[in-house]
Write a protein that binds this ligand. Structure first.
Ligand SMILES: C[S@@+](CC[C@H](N)C(=O)[O-])C[C@H]1O[C@@H](n2cnc3c(N)ncnc32)[C@H](O)[C@@H]1O
Length: 243
């Protein structure tokens, strides 16, 4: 069963609050560039592309054509990237093979059948093309600031796949891990902006919290924002690369 539905309210919350500022994108550009050697004419798959922010960024950074696949109509309707295709990772709506890389950003915890996803990626990628997975993995939530204010949400991470589980699921399709690195990103320019703009429906771990735990966390976050309103919010998510 899906962890959460990307319906109208959650898609609106996601589009309003989850796109990274330029500083946050810059650190991902540097990290992605180390592992995705692509340029104009190449084709990259964005799986679970959401509201298209990464597809648009990859197009702008590398001049590639991005095939953006996203199942939720409410997310596609808000896309910053024009060419979005309806579809799921387990049954990619792509006949042509030979793509030059795949990008999965904060999506693996929504995919109940990772071996099927890996088999699909093997089908559509050219041999040797990398799969880049941006995620918070089970047991590796320490770099994410939300969990400082909402520590109870860490238990939601137990339901996310671990790095070892993802690697094991991809291995039968012939993928092996080649890199795992935490990538610090500026998620919000100030703690006050983050506190003012927080939308519960935009974050799976918060959407799955008890209301009482959520309210307690919100009070902690607002108190911290009063103490240090101008501190930037920096989070470290992982980049896992398989080939
Ligand atoms: C947290 S959002 C991330 C969106 C985008 N990748 C980003 O980082 O901005 C997770 C996305 O995964 C999508 N998703 C859920 N189940 C999926 C599946 N089976 N196949 C592909 N995408 C899926 C959701 O619809 C949602 O848009």
């Amino acid at each position: 069963m899906a962890m959460m539905a990307y319906d109208e309210p959650s898609a609106a919350a996601f589009a309003a609050t989850r796109h990274l500022p330029a500083e946050g994108l810059a650190s991902w550009r540097a990290a992605v560039s180390r592992h995705l050697p692509v340029g104009p004419g190449d084709r990259v798959l964005d799986v679970g592309a959401g509201t298209g922010a990464w597809a648009a960024a990859f197009r702008d950074w590398y001049g590639v054509r991005v095939l953006a696949v996203e199942p939720a109509a409410a997310m596609r309707a808000r896309s910053a990237y024009p060419e979005m295709v309806a579809g799921r990772a387990e049954a990619l709506p792509i006949a042509a093979a030979g793509l030059d890389g795949a990008w999965l950003s904060t999506v693996v915890h929504h995919l109940p059948d990772l071996p099927a996803v890996a088999a699909e990626l093997r089908r559509v990628l050219r041999p040797g093309a990398p799969v880049l997975i941006r995620s918070v993995f089970a047991g590796r939530g320490g770099g994410v600031s939300l969990f400082r204010w909402f520590p109870e949400a860490l238990r939601v991470l137990d339901g996310y796949p671990s790095v070892a589980e993802v690697c094991a699921a991809f291995e039968p399709a012939g993928f092996a891990p080649v890199a795992l690195e935490p990538v610090p990103q500026v998620s919000a320019r100030s703690l006050r902006a983050a506190a003012d703009g927080l939308r519960r429906a935009a974050h799976t771990p918060l959407a799955l919290l008890d209301d009482a735990d959520y309210d307690r966390g919100l009070r902690r976050l607002r108190a911290a924002a009063r103490r240090t309103p101008h501190a930037p919010v920096v989070d470290a998510l992982d980049l896992l690369v398989l080939r």
